[in-house]
Design a protein around this ligand. Structure first.
Ligand code: SF4
Ligand code: SF4
Length: 300
């Protein structure tokens, strides 16, 4: 499988330069330093600390020229520490968090981890969008190539997103009781589902659009670009470099609730051309944000 490269000129584009620049200046070291100052200092509101921050601030290897301006977009997240400081308990917006060994984290560690997850999600959404555009790549919108190991590409959909697609739907007792990766594979018209035309399936875990080999999402325009870009499904907005500081998974207990586990990981999808091109920058981003970096393949 030949993985796409960014086209010539992409790395010189303004969008790429901004995305790469932001990748090398993560805001988390500054958030962390400010969090320590807030918890140790005489402040009731995080805003009070912002007003007193010196300029510039050196946090780890990064010098922030306008630290208050850099923190401003994340103030509503950093303010989750106010509740913690007032009565020593975590804010209700930061649910219980467990270590991988199953122990409950203390309120300070838990609160900081939730803030970190949300700060990084927000920051990486912007960075990914700046880097994806110049690549003119359609990998996230097409099925695997003819000789790829993978047989299909799955685009999970919410109920509310189904009507965005004119694609046939398969919702049978068999489909509803299995998963795409179950063995033996679901059969449709006597053959494995992944040998058929693209369709939306209702699986045990919910709906997904299945793009089989050498097929395209019906909204992918002939020259690339998404015809429903402003309304595209949530999964199409997911970045290729994403934080898993916290992993939320269905809990095994009754009630269908989720359990949050501390993972401190940064995932980067190796198939993506900007991920491969900016490997060293991503390694640095992970180091500077204190995360374990995992590159993973989506299509191969
Ligand atoms: S909806 Fe748009 S972004 Fe999502 S896979 Fe289709 S073309 Fe790509
Ligand atoms: S693989 Fe990367 S560059 Fe290609 S469409 Fe997906 S996010 Fe954009």
């Amino acid at each position: 499988v030949i993985l796409p490269q960014p086209p010539e000129g992409a790395v010189k584009s303004r969008s790429w330069q901004e995305g790469r620049g932001a990748l090398n200046r993560p805001v988390w070291p500054l958030c962390q330093l400010s969090g320590i100052l807030f918890l140790a200092g005489p402040y009731k509101r995080f805003q009070e600390l912002l007003e007193e921050l010196p300029n510039p601030v050196q946090a780890g290897e990064i010098r922030y020229e306008d630290p208050a301006g850099a923190l401003e977009p994340f103030l509503h997240l950093l303010a989750l520490m106010e509740h913690l400081k007032q009565d020593g308990r975590a804010d209700s917006q930061t649910p219980p968090l467990f270590t991988p060994e199953g122990d409950r984290t203390d309120p300070v560690e838990g609160t900081l981890a939730w803030i970190k997850q949300r700060v990084l999600e927000r920051e990486l959404d912007v960075i990914n969008a700046k880097l994806c555009g110049p690549c003119r790549c359609t990998l996230c919108c097409t099925g695997p190539e003819r000789h790829a190991r993978q047989e299909y590409f799955e685009i999970p959909l919410k109920d509310s997103e189904l009507d965005l697609f004119p694609t046939p739907r398969i919702d049978t007792e068999d489909s509803r009781s299995t998963r795409p990766d179950s063995e033996p594979a679901l059969t449709v018209n006597g053959a494995p589902f992944y040998t058929q035309e693209p369709a939306i399936y209702r699986w045990l875990a919910g709906w997904s659009l299945i793009l089989t080999r050498e097929t395209r999402c019906p909204h992918l325009e002939p020259k690339g670009g998404c015809a429903i870009y402003p309304d595209r499904p949530g999964v199409c907005r997911k970045p290729q470099i994403f934080p898993v500081v916290i992993e939320e998974a269905p809990s095994s207990g009754p009630g269908g609730s989720t359990r949050a586990t501390l993972r401190n990981t940064l995932l980067a999808v190796w198939d993506c051309p900007y991920v491969r091109t900016l490997k060293e920058d991503i390694v640095r981003f992970a180091e500077r944000t204190g995360l374990n970096l995992v590159f993973k393949e989506n299509k191969a």
